[in-house]
Design a protein around this ligand. Structure first.
Ligand code: ADP
Ligand code: ADP
Length: 225
C-alpha cells in the first residue's frame, strides 16, 4: 500500500538553448507508514522533488499518484486543494503566524477547511497534547523556544490528518539537543502510523529515518533500508 508513487518523473528547466534536468527519470514508491529521508548533495534535485511531492509544482512529464490518484495533471487550484486536505508541511523556519496563539496556529488549516470553532478547539487541544504543549495554548510563537515552535508547526501539519508529513530540513534551525527531541517526536508519530518524508542533507538526522533515498544529478542513486 503506497502513500505516494512516482513514475518516470522529469522536471526540465529550459535556460535559453540549455536544459537542466532537475529530475531525470525518477520512479519511487513511498510505502504507507514509513519514514523516509531524501538526501543528496546541493543541486541533486532534492528541492525539486520536495516541491513535486508537496504539490507545489508539476512535473514536465511522468505521473505522481497520491493515495492512488494521479495529481500530476491537476491545475493550480486543484493542487492547492490537495495540499490543504491531504498534506502536512514542516519547514526549517517553522513558518508560524506570529499574531496567532499556539491554539490558533495549530487550528489554522482547519479554519480554511471549514471546521466549526468547537471542532477546531478540540482538535488543537488534542494535538497540542500529542506534541507536549498543552500548557502553551495561549502563548504566541515569540514566547516559545525554537523546539517548541517546531512542535507547534508539527501539530499544525497534523491537523488535517494528512496522507504524509513532508518535512524540509526540520532540524536545520535547531541545536543538536533540540534536533534530537524533534527527531524523536517524528519517530513517535511514525510509530503511531504517520507516513513521513523528510528532506535533509545531514546524515546524523537521516539515520533516524527508516529508509534513505539518495539523489544525484536528478536521479535516484540508491535506496537504503
Ligand atoms: P537541491 O535541492 O538538491 O540543491 P534543486 O532541486 O534545487 O537541488 O536543483 C536541481 C537542479 O535544478 C540544479 O541544477 C538547479 O540549478 C536546477 N534548478 C532548480 N530550480 C531551477 C529553476 N527554477 N530554474 C532553472 N534551474 C533550476
Ligand atoms: P470573528 O471575526 O468574530 O472573530 P471569525 O469567524 O473570524 O469571527 O472567528 C471565529 C473564531 O475563529 C474566533 O474564535 C477566532 O479566534 C477563530 N479564528 C479566526 N481566525 C482564525 C484563524 N485564522 N485561525 C484559527 N482560528 C481563527
Amino acid at each position: 500500500d503506497y502513500a505516494v508513487q512516482l513514475v518516470d518523473l522529469y522536471k526540465i528547466y529550459k535556460m535559453g538553448t540549455q536544459e537542466v534536468r532537475a529530475l531525470d527519470g525518477v520512479s519511487a514508491d513511498f510505502d504507507k507508514g514509513s519514514f523516509w529521508a531524501i538526501m543528496g548533495p546541493s543541486g541533486s534535485g532534492k528541492s525539486t522533488m520536495l516541491n513535486l511531492l508537496g504539490c507545489l509544482d508539476r512535473p514536465t512529464s511522468g505521473s505522481y499518484y497520491l493515495s492512488g490518484r494521479d495529481v500530476s495533471i491537476l491545475d493550480d487550484n486543484e493542487l492547492s486543494d490537495i495540499r490543504l486536505k491531504y498534506l502536512g508541511f514542516i519547514f526549517q523556519s517553522f513558518n508560524l503566524i506570529p499574531q496567532l496563539t499556539v491554539e490558533e496556529n495549530i487550528a489554522l488549516p482547519l479554519y480554511y477547511l471549514g471546521w466549526s470553532a468547537k471542532e477546531r478547539t478540540d482538535r488543537a487541544h488534542s494535538l497540542a497534547k500529542l506534541v507536549g504543549l498543552e500548557d502553551r495554548l495561549r502563548h504566541r510563537p515569540t514566547e516559545l523556544s525554537g523546539g517548541q515552535q517546531q512542535r507547534v508547526a508539527i501539530a499544525r501539519a497534523l491537523s488535517n490528518d494528512p496522507v504524509f508529513l513532508l518535512a524540509d530540513e526540520p532540524t536545520g534551525n535547531l541545536d543538536s539537543a533540540t534536533s534530537m527531541e524533534i527527531i524523536e517526536l517524528l519517530q513517535k508519530l511514525n510509530q503511531e502510523g504517520k507516513t513521513i518524508i523528510m528532506v535533509t542533507h545531514e546524515p546524523d538526522i537521516a539515520k533516524f529515518a527508516r529508509k534513505r533515498l539518495y539523489m544525484r544529478d536528478g536521479k535516484i542513486q540508491k535506496v537504503e533500508g
